[in-house]
Design a protein around this ligand. Structure first.
Ligand code: FDA
Ligand code: NAD
Length: 435
């Protein structure tokens, strides 16, 4: 309509990638009124990883404005005023419900129309819900998912309301491990339930998982493996009371936290843009098959040059770097220039209790464990290498120093040959430090 608000650039989604893109736009030069960020959330872009960690601490929890981007990577904190100063329009609490990429327009839930010259899709992921696969009673109160700050606020309130209560955590991935730890720190009695033989199977080897399971057990976290939640019962207030497991067991629960995976939010663009591997397909500059549409962060399926294949990555480091790459490419193209292809080294990390691990590279091939992975050690420090075609392609390290973490990152990037796997296991970290 003639009432459309028009911008040169629109970023749809106001998460991590949007925040880092805004910073890059400011760096490259953007005129007041050229750029808008449209976000369903009510707050300026922030470092999402805080939500499953310090945001839920019992003592002095992290709160905004403390963790707005770009503090997570050691950068400047972009407060709402920063966007105002730069003339970047933050259009918050606004969900886009329709996208017409041919007409270059977006429509919000309240019926506003926005048009753009260049669109950056940064809608991230949404959680998979137990109601999606019809688990009985899964819509009871006090069954929580965690993606956005509103979800974290609701969970925080429940933790306060159910002091010394019982929680069941469904899922043994990132959310499962991080939330079990933080619930335990809040003095909640925690039971984790997951179907696989060990936690975080998409990354951890059995040896790695054995350490974390032992460590969690020593902290008093109960772990039930090899089964799933098939139903919930609730009390007369509609609050969850019990979790029924497939193996017949029934667990009491005041709080349930579910972390059974995420799904990229691409529905708005279905049939309008090319997709691959569940995400929006891009080139090395995060440009889609439409020349004026880019996709970054969790939604992008991009060429991972190091491995010669298309991948989608659901981690914060990539959301930051892909956003910066897209903006650099957009600005360069306007000047008739190009930028280097994205050459990403996958980097994932997690923190829980006093633990902190990092992983770089690709978790394929054979593995060797090194170091002290006894859960009862005073200072456990261990890691693992992944070896494919005679070369180290991935490396994991628990409790590394910054120097040691840089060393394993370098190994994963350089992919040094290994002649003798037993020798590699013996050398452990010192192998990485020599590269
Ligand atoms: P992100 O999810 O950050 O942002 C998407 C934004 O788009 C949201 O604000 C959403 O509301 C908005 N949006 C979606 N659809 C919209 C629409 N139609 N209209 C308007 N707005 C819309 N990674 C890691 O490496 N280490 C870690 O420790 C953690 N920890 C962690 C904790 C928790 C609780 C979560 C949920 C995730 C992590 N991650 C992580 C993953 C990391 O946070 C994730 O990969 C990035 O946030 C992805 O950034 P994006 O900008 O792509 O999506
Ligand atoms: P995930 O993929 O890490 O873990 C999903 C887990 O769900 C599986 O490991 C499995 O144990 C479990 N599962 C699957 N079906 C189940 C069922 N029916 N019943 C019980 N368990 C079942 O996903 P997540 O932990 O939900 O995380 C969601 C998203 O948030 C992901 O994109 C993740 O990368 C991101 N995240 C990342 C971090 C981090 O990088 N440190 C932290 C939190 C969240």
């Amino acid at each position: 309509t003639s009432m459309a608000k028009t911008f040169k650039y629109i970023i749809v989604g106001g998460g991590v990638a949007a925040g880092y893109a805004a910073r890059e736009f400011a760096k490259q030069g953007v005129k007041p009124g050229e750029l808008a960020i449209i976000s369903k959330e009510a707050v300026a872009p922030y470092e999402r990883p805080a939500l499953s960690k310090a945001y839920l601490f019992p003592e002095s929890p992290a709160r905004l404005p403390g963790f707005h981007v770009c503090v997570g990577s050691g950068g400047e904190r972009l407060l709402p005023e920063w966007y105002t100063e730069k003339g970047i329009e933050l259009i918050l609490s606004t969900e886009i419900v329709k996208a017409d990429l041919a007409a270059k327009s977006l429509i919000s839930a309240s019926g506003e129309t926005f048009s753009y010259q260049t669109l950056i899709i940064a809608t991230g992921s949404t959680v998979i819900r137990l109601t999606d696969f019809g688990v009985e009673g899964a819509d009871a109160k006090n069954i929580f998912y965690l993606r956005e700050i509103d979800d974290a606020d609701k969970l925080y309130e429940a933790i306060k309301a159910k002091k010394n209560g019982k929680a069941v955590v469904v899922g043994g991935g990132y959310i499962g491990l991080e939330l079990s730890a933080v619930l335990k720190l809040n003095n909640i009695d925690v039971t984790m339930v997951y179907p696989e033989p060990w936690c975080m199977p998409r990354l951890f080897t059995a040896d790695i998982a054995e350490f974390y399971e032992g460590y969690y057990a020593n902290k008093g976290v109960n772990i039930i493996k090899g089964t799933v939640a098939v139903g919930f019962t609730s009390n007369s207030d509609g609050e969850v009371k019990e979790v029924k497991l497939k193996d017949g067991r029934v667990l009491e629960a005041d709080i349930v936290v579910v972390g059974v995976g995420g799904r990229p939010q691409t529905a708005l663009f279905k049939g309008q843009v090319e997709e691959d591997k569940g995400g929006i397909k891009t080139d090395s500059f995060f440009k889609t098959n439409l020349s004026d549409v880019y996709a970054v962060g969790d939604v992008a399926t991009f060429p991972l040059k190091l491995y010669g294949e298309l991948r989608r990555v659901e981690h914060v480091d990539h959301s930051r770097k892909s956003a910066e790459q897209a903006v650099k490419a957009i600005k360069a193209a306007e000047d008739g220039k190009t930028v280097e292809e994205y050459d990403y080294l996958p980097y994932f990390y997690s923190r829980a209790f006093d633990l902190s691990w990092q992983f770089y590279g690709d978790n394929v091939g054979d593995t060797v464990l090194f170091g002290d992975n006894k859960p009862t050690s005073a200072k456990p420090k261990f890691g693992s290498y992944w070896i494919k075609d005679g070369k180290v392609v991935g490396a994991f390290l628990e409790s590394g120093t910054p120097e040691e973490n840089s060393a394993i990152a370098k190994v994963a990037r350089v992919q040094p040959p290994v002649a003798d796997i037993d020798q590699l296991a013996k050398e452990g970290l010192s192998f990485a430090s020599k590269i």
